[in-house]
Design a binder for this molecule. Structure first.
Ligand code: URA
Length: 202
């Protein structure tokens, strides 16, 4: 035991009580929950989305609406159980009207994500969509490699995170694939590639 359950619970508790967060008022007005993240504390793969949508904010669970169904199906086709991985977002509260998160919101919520990454120590960070791709690549020294998501999705970058070699792989956001079957196929193939990457190390 290395105390990660307690560390992740502390992150969740702080998030719940932090009334200085920019979307805290919107959370409480709507009786929404913050969405800290869920999954295996020892996950080899950490998926990072953008921000909770309405379903997520109503339940407190990440990726449990339409985009979540795409993610679940892609995981299952790659032979991965959802409970094996950890799933979270950069911004932990729902932005009004599902608008894009602002730079200030990303800055305010990112320390929670940083601490989750440092606690879980995943082998692979799979970013879902451009906001988490930009944040993670800048945060871990890969800013020079940032291009459009179409150009670099499925690329395996290497980052040193507190001395641990970590693969960073940008992926399409599942929501971007709901009405685009070709992107859906690419997302599934990329998730399968990540699954093979970690399996081959066992
Ligand atoms: N979209 C996201 O980016 N995250 C979720 O949790 C749900 C939808």
């Amino acid at each position: 035991m290395d105390g990660r359950g307690e560390k992740l619970k502390a992150i969740r508790d702080e998030l719940l009580g932090n009334d200085r967060l920019p979307l805290y008022g919107y959370r409480t007005e709507n009786k929404y929950f913050p969405v800290a993240g869920e999954g295996n504390h020892y996950a080899k793969i950490l998926f990072i989305g953008e921000a909770p949508g309405k379903n997520e904010a109503m339940t407190g669970r990440p990726f449990c609406g339409a985009a979540g169904r795409v993610l679940d199906q892609s995981l299952s086709e790659a032979g991965i159980e959802r409970g094996e991985v950890y799933i979270t977002n950069i911004v932990k509260d729902r932005p009004p009207e599902n608008r894009d998160p602002s730079p200030e919101e990303i800055e305010a919520y990112a320390p929670y994500l940083d601490r989750q990454i440092e606690t879980i120590k995943p082998r692979v960070i799979a970013t879902l969509g451009r906001f988490s791709m930009d944040y993670v690549m800048r945060r871990y020294g890969l800013e020079k490699a940032i291009k459009s998501i179409t150009a670099i999705r499925g690329t395996v970058f290497k980052a040193d995170i507190l001395g641990n070699e970590t693969f960073v792989v940008p992926l399409y956001h599942p929501a971007a694939t709901i009405y685009d079957q070709s992107k859906r196929a690419i997302l599934k193939a990329d998730i399968k590639m990540i699954s093979d990457l970690v399996q081959n190390e066992n």
